[in-house]
Design a protein. Structure first.
Length: 95
């Protein structure tokens, strides 16, 4: 599903719940939601939605690695990664 299809699906779900929005408004709302999640995780907080899951920040330590082609030793820098942990309700729904 691409962004255009996602916006259309969210718009139709909103209409199901009685909220009428244009596609532009729907896209703006989706961008705002993802922006809040991104900002919260970037600042080290957790963004959680009960029944769906939570987004949090994890860090990987710097380490030494090896180039598989040349065998040369390389340094892999520390990284910040976003982690999503689905709620038990979502897991039960999917399984």
């Amino acid at each position: 599903m691409n962004k255009k299809e996602f916006v259309t699906e969210v718009q139709s779900q909103a209409e199901y719940y009685g909220v009428i929005m244009s596609k532009v408004d729907t896209e703006t709302l989706i961008d705002a939601v993802f922006g809040v999640i991104k900002d919260k995780v970037d600042s080290g907080d957790m963004a959680a939605w009960p029944g769906f899951g939570k987004f949090s920040l994890t860090k990987t330590n710097a380490r030494n690695g090896r180039n598989p082609i040349t065998g040369e030793s390389i340094k892999i820098p520390e990284k910040r990664k976003i982690r999503f942990k689905p709620s038990s309700i979502l897991n039960d729904f999917l399984n």
